[in-house]
Design a protein around this ligand. Structure first.
Ligand code: SAH
Length: 443
């Protein structure tokens, strides 16, 4: 089935992943309510870290940026501030759905399983995944969504279930979920505030553009001899937010900056998202004790990026990250290299990161595109499909990276299949098929 194009004309606007941190445009609008709150807080208790600023301005359930999504303020799409791959085209969700189903079959798991999406936005990706599973006649799946914003929980429920059951998002006595419903095709769906609240059981975790929204600490070299300091947000003479620096090392520079970063004398800045590391541990723990696997897709790098990446977007343009907290999208590139380091010693096997382009190409997105074009008789829709494909596989395909995590216990099975999960041949962590009598080699 070919679905209607989701975002006319927004194709040129997928710029969020590309801009550098230094392109911000300074804007001086009057302070909004959240900025006034932050200013008061800073006046009373001193400057806050970039991570604290980001946490408050992005993920506070109602006053944060994602909490603002609604009729009046759109976060996603042409009318919003940015557009994501599932919002751009059905091709993306279909390929991820096929990947999940294939990998699920390969594990040999039978019976009930939990599909988890972290940070589901409007719920579009989950809807696309469920449509694929429905086509395959899947009956054992239940959907579990981890979401911080009540407004987006409403939007997701509307997308998936066609109606809203409740406006309240507080868990009741004895239950870990915030809300429960059934999708239009009868799949049970539950919402949670945190990964730790998810139920036990075989779990497949998907997260697209989730990790980039998690708070980062920003560090700069220069806190005393060979030392590091942290970027904070304080106040200027007019009580407006501005960046300041710690005088020297603090608990975060000492606790978070690893030896390889300190020893790399050419490096003058470093960002770290401890919450993203926590997510990695939570997911790794879950899939290694209950079975399952996970896929993360986001814009980022393998640890080699040297410039700061913390930045903000509004209406598809890069803006001053301190300009209107809660009204603008705050984001930072995902350091996949660091996340891999965080998982060293965990009982999991990592594949990737490598480019979204390579991942989708190996899954056969080109064949799927041709099939969709053949079955579509509207020229405008065909052109739209080709444009979306070019976006997914062009610059965006290079800039976005995919990384998967499997329990170590599945590694022998993956080795037998050819050394990597589907889409990850030749990626870091993939193993070559051993020749007769030869031991498997790391790529
Ligand atoms: N995955 C979607 C949307 C990505 S935007 C897509 O590809 O279209 C980021 C999503 O993560 C939003 O749904 C946002 O509300 C959610 N989010 C951000 N910080 C979060 C946190 N700390 N906990 C749970 N969800 C969070």
């Amino acid at each position: 089935m070919l679905l209607a194009r989701r975002s006319r004309g927004a194709l040129a606007a997928v710029a969020r992943a590309f801009a550098s941190a230094s392109e911000a445009v300074v804007e001086a609008a009057p302070p909004n309510a959240l900025e006034r709150f932050l200013v008061d807080k800073i006046r009373v208790s001193g400057p806050i870290t970039v991570a604290e600023y980001m946490k408050t301005a992005v993920a506070s359930s109602s006053v944060g940026y994602y909490g603002m999504h609604g009729e009046e303020k759109k976060v996603f799409g042409e009318e919003g501030d940015f557009i994501t791959a599932p919002e751009l085209t059905q091709l993306f969700g279909e390929m991820i759905g096929i990947w999940c189903y294939h990998e699920l079959a390969m594990t040999g798991h039978k019976g009930a399983w939990n599909l988890v999406e972290c940070g589901p936005g409007t719920g579009q990706l989950s809807a696309d995944l469920l449509r694929v599973f429905d086509k395959f006649g899947e009956k054992d799946v239940s959907l579990h969504l981890v979401e911080a914003s009540t407004a987006l929980i409403d939007a997701q429920e509307q997308t998936l279930c066609g109606q809203r059951t409740s406006n309240s998002s507080a868990p009741s006595e004895g239950q870990s979920w915030l809300r429960a419903n059934r999708t239009t095709t009868g799949v049970p769906v539950y919402w949670y505030a945190n990964i730790d609240d998810l139920p036990d059981g075989f779990t497949v975790v998907i997260a697209n553009e989730f990790l980039d929204a998690l708070p980062v600490h920003c560090f700069e070299r220069g806190g005393g001899k060979d030392g590091w300091c942290e970027r904070y947000i304080g106040l200027d003479g007019k009580n407006r937010l501005r960046f300041v620096r710690s005088k020297g090392e603090n608990i975060h520079t000492k606790g978070l900056i690893p030896a390889e970063v300190r020893d790399d004398t050419a490096r003058t800045s470093w960002e770290c998202a401890p919450d993203a590391g926590v997510v990695m541990h939570q997911v790794a723990g879950r899939i290694s004790s209950h079975g399952g696997f996970a896929l993360f897709i986001d814009y980022g790098h393998d640890g080699s990026r040297r410039e700061p990446s913390f930045r903000a977007y509004s209406k598809h343009k890069q803006v001053d990250p301190l300009s209107a907290p809660g009204e603008i999208d705050l984001t930072a590139d995902v350091d996949f290299g660091h996340l891999k380091r965080v998982l060293q010693g965990a009982p999991v096997a990592l594949y990737g990161p490598h480019s979204q382009r390579e991942f989708l190409a190996q899954l056969g997105i080109g064949v799927r595109l041709r099939r969709l074009i053949e079955t579509c008789d509207e020229r405008a829709k065909q052109e739209q499909l080709i444009k979306s494909y070019n976006m997914l596989m062009g610059d965006m395909g290079e800039r976005f990276l995919a990384m998967s995590i499997f329990p170590k216990t599945l590694q022998p099975l993956i080795r037998k299949r050819g050394g990597a999960p589907a889409g990850f041949n030749g990626a870091p962590g993939a193993e070559k098929v051993p020749e007769e009598g030869e031991e498997a080699k790391k790529e």
